[in-house]
Design a protein around this ligand. Structure first.
Ligand code: FES
Ligand code: MG
Length: 572
């Protein structure tokens, strides 16, 4: 928080002696509020991503009430504004198509209304970056409340995690190794309560990173959704937001490059999702760091070991992580890589946020000299197949495939893949390639990048194979998947030109991904290439016309913080 008191932007609505000021007061009284409720009070907007179809956010309607309690206690005026809700599982074709819609909606909700500070309620994958991107562009102070992980899953006495084990048991079912009854029982075993996936998927990756950046209260990210500590944290966040309204910095001013470098350190120590690479770039660019790029993230996290032993790369769940000390404990173990002077939304430094933190279970949060894996959580490869870069999560991939050359087997989209993958003659040394899954091509860059292992190979016991796509992969999945190939095939990237039978060379250590086809042949193929037909109406048409590539965070060109002034609405 700053020492200086801000003027309340809500005063422009409520305190004018004009016909408009009259109407704003009159209509607030119409809702049953008293003048004392809102006149001269910091108005805290609670942006709520609850909906009846947002599976992980079922508790957020109640949580908004807990926030209001905190705001009232601190002398503010809480108002709840529902927004587009991106429940990862039920929203089709992919929530990523709508992340920017949530961001723009958040920004405009905050701008259009008399709001002085925001509390952002979210957690399911895209909701965290969407809310933060929007609040950053809205130029007001904000605090993020992570929805919190769901209860741990359990099946026949074994730990099972959302996403991670669905895939594992689906593979077993395809091989005929589990019964129909077990498959039915699994429907209730993994997802037992409100809250986000309890594995280190994209949801927990993003909420934990956001805590490391100081945008959530210290310790908040791992509190289970159904833990009584969760409503207490929410109420406290309401109090903090009320103080922020008068003394806080807008996110656009608070966030510095050091915050994003700390985010990268957290990502690596968590063994977090590759999706974070896209979201962090987008968030950084909203905060005015227009040059921040993938290689900056990887450089900031270089050498940081994966210490959080969580599914999918480890064997514990978010509740174990919480009980082991959570983010404060994890960050205290990688403090030598962190900039501890970064300031969080509560006005305190990261140094003070992690002060006194202890690890209570070395199996869940490993010591630096005994990491879960030596391989990093994120690496970037570039080369003739991905001139703009592509990412891989070495910590969830096979060590023996980190350097590999193989024959390409190419699929044009998921339907083509589904029709052919189990029937082609594919060897374990081949490289599966899926194109048409990028931000423009799909559109919305769905999580198609974890291509299934062909059934005949599964039956021979093959567990992993190199896979390449311009798509994303769920953070709860694992495998040697090269993702986010940029430029994507739909805009004419080299991926568009590859043919079955071509050779591909991957070398993660030296950061290379190359298509071993000579330039003359590629030029001849390019002559014949036709771009796919773009959607012609609705959100999808707007989306493909403005979305950037994965290496640039998949944001819209007209929403970037590139020096254009943000305008407060006129009130006449
Ligand atoms: Fe919501 Fe995984 S589906 S967090
Ligand atoms: Mg996910």
């Amino acid at each position: 928080m700053t020492g200086k008191q801000r003027t309340l932007r809500s005063a422009r609505w409520f305190e004018q002696d004009s016909i408009r000021g009259f109407a704003h007061r009159q209509r607030s009284l119409q809702m049953g509020y008293r003048r004392e409720d809102f006149m001269g009070k910091p108005v805290v907007g609670i942006i709520n991503t609850h909906s009846d179809l947002a599976t992980c956010h079922q508790h957020l309607r109640q949580r908004a009430e807990d926030v209001k309690r905190g705001v009232l206690r601190a002398g503010g005026f809480p108002v709840e504004l529902p927004t587009f809700s991106l429940g990862e599982v039920l929203v089709k074709p992919t929530t990523m198509l709508y992340r920017n819609l949530l961001a723009i909606e958040t920004e405009e909700l905050l701008r259009a209304h008399p709001i002085d500070a925001a509390v952002l309620l979210g957690g399911c994958d895209k909701t965290t970056p969407g809310l933060i991107m929007g609040a950053t562009s809205a130029d007001i102070p904000a605090v993020f409340i992570p929805a919190g992980p769901m209860m741990s899953g359990s099946f026949k006495g074994r730990a099972v995690g959302a996403g991670t084990h669905t895939k594992k048991y689906w593979d077993e079912r395809r091989k005929g190794e589990i019964t129909e009854n077990d498959w039915l029982d699994l429907e209730t075993a993994m997802t037992r309560s409100p809250g986000t996936c309890q594995t280190m998927g994209t949801a927990s990756t993003m909420t934990c990173i956001v805590e490391a950046m100081g945008l959530a209260l210290p310790g908040a990210a791992s509190i289970p959704a159904v833990d009584s500590a969760h409503p207490r944290m929410a109420a406290q966040a309401g109090e903090v937001a009320t103080r922020l309204a008068l003394h806080g910095l807008p996110l656009s001013e608070l966030l510095t490059e050091a915050h994003f470098n700390n985010a990268a350190v957290a990502l690596m120590a968590l063994g977090g999702s590759t999706n974070a690479a896209i979201h962090l770039i987008a968030m950084a660019r909203r905060a005015g760091l227009t040059k921040y790029k993938l290689t900056d993230l990887v450089a900031a996290g270089k050498g940081v070991p994966v210490l959080a032993d969580l599914f999918p790369h480890g064997s514990h769940m978010m509740q174990d992580f919480h009980d082991a000390g959570g983010m404060r404990a994890l960050l205290s173990r990688v403090r030598e890589w962190l900039d501890l002077d970064t300031i969080g939304v509560d006005g305190n430094s990261l140094r003070s946020a992690i002060e006194g933190a202890q690890v209570w279970n070395d199996e869940v949060i490993r010591p630096v000299d005994n990491p879960v894996t030596e391989r990093p959580a994120l690496a970037v490869v570039k080369g003739s197949l991905a001139p703009g870069g592509a990412v891989i999560k070495p910590s969830s991939a096979s060590a023996e495939l980190m350097k590999h050359e193989g024959r390409a087997v190419v699929f044009d989209g998921p339907a083509d893949m589904a029709a052919r993958i189990d029937h082609e003659n594919i060897s374990k040394d081949d490289v599966l390639v899926l194109r048409g899954g990028g931000p423009v091509g799909a559109p919305g860059m769905p999580e198609w990048g974890n291509l299934p292992i062909p059934k005949p190979l599964l039956e021979k016991g093959v567990k992993d194979i190199v896979r390449i796509s311009d798509s994303r992969m769920s953070g709860t999945h694992y495998g040697t998947c090269i993702l986010h190939v940029s430029p994507e095939s739909a805009v004419g990237g080299p991926l568009a030109l590859i043919e079955t039978g071509d050779r591909i060379a991957l070398d993660v250590e030296s950061g290379r991904l190359d298509l071993l086809v000579d330039d003359n042949e590629l030029s001849a193929r390019r002559e014949k290439w036709q771009p796919p037909e773009a959607p012609s109406r609705g959100w999808s048409a707007l989306y493909v016309a403005h979305v950037g590539q994965a290496e640039d965070g998949c944001d819209f060109d007209f929403l970037l913080a590139d020096g254009r002034p943000v305008q407060e609405p006129e009130i006449f």
